[in-house]
Design a protein around this ligand. Sequence first.
Ligand code: RIB
Length: 321
Amino acid sequence: MASSIVVTGSYVQDLTFMLPEFPTAGQTLIGEFKTGPGGKGSNQAVAAARTGVRTAFIGATGNDAFAQVAKDFHKGEGIDSRLAPQADQATGTAAILVNDRGENEIVVALGANNFLSPEDVPESLVAEAQILVSQLECNLEAAEHALKLARKHEVRTLLNPAPMRDDFPPSMLNSVDILVPNETEFAHLIRARFPEKHGSFEEASIQSLTSEQLHHLCRDFGVPTFIITLGGNGCFVSTEDRYFEIPSITGIEVVDTTGAGDAFVGGLSSGLVQFDGDIEKAVRYASVVAGLSVTKFGTAPAMPSQAEIEKEIQTQGLSFK
Ligand code: RIB
């Protein structure tokens, strides 16, 4: 059976340390440790699959114990997992610090993800999808190739430009229908695209703009739909004919915000499939998925189930009719 959502990108084994506050340079702190499946691409695929929409994942792992964790985890999640083995590489790993407020700091070693190749992207899988999702946590040539293949087959494309990199090729945006940056990534995109006019644009600069000004900045990129995620402040949506804001869900207890952006992207992809491309409904749905993901510890394991999402939709008094 074809997968409606195809995610191409990273699998990373998360090595997470929990501690009251982040250490300062030169400081050693005692914390607690947990490990689990992560990686932005894989997390997004898990978030989408748990909503009940058939999902495939294209990525790369090394020849080590973490590769087996990835295979077993994807199998358990019912994901059509296409992991290209990279014999001489280590599976990607991330060192994650989470403090008592649920904030995080992350360092990723891409390992095998760097060696995902355009040939590892099966064209027939992409051609049969409704939406192709990618991020920047893997080989960028492979990511761009997947986006181009999707375009060729008139499959909707979604790019989450995370983590933002200095070698991000601007040409990639030519194949993107929906761009989902967070505030930091958006500021980077603005500086890179308009160095003379907005060379000192920072994350905080977004707050000083009116919604209309922000919309015009988004329009200058030529990407049909922009969704800027604003953490606990919800998100800003700019389409070719309108702009609007969607708040985060309220009344939740934040345990760990790591992977919330991935939950949003996975939920958004699922929402686009479930609501026949209705962007407003899809964004509202994504906000519920992201909101629930921060109430549990971890990244992929914290993605909510279909039943949890439906319950929260009722609690929040939302309707998707
Ligand atoms: O977005 C969160 C993810 O980023 C983590 O799972 C970690 O693997 C890093 O890639």
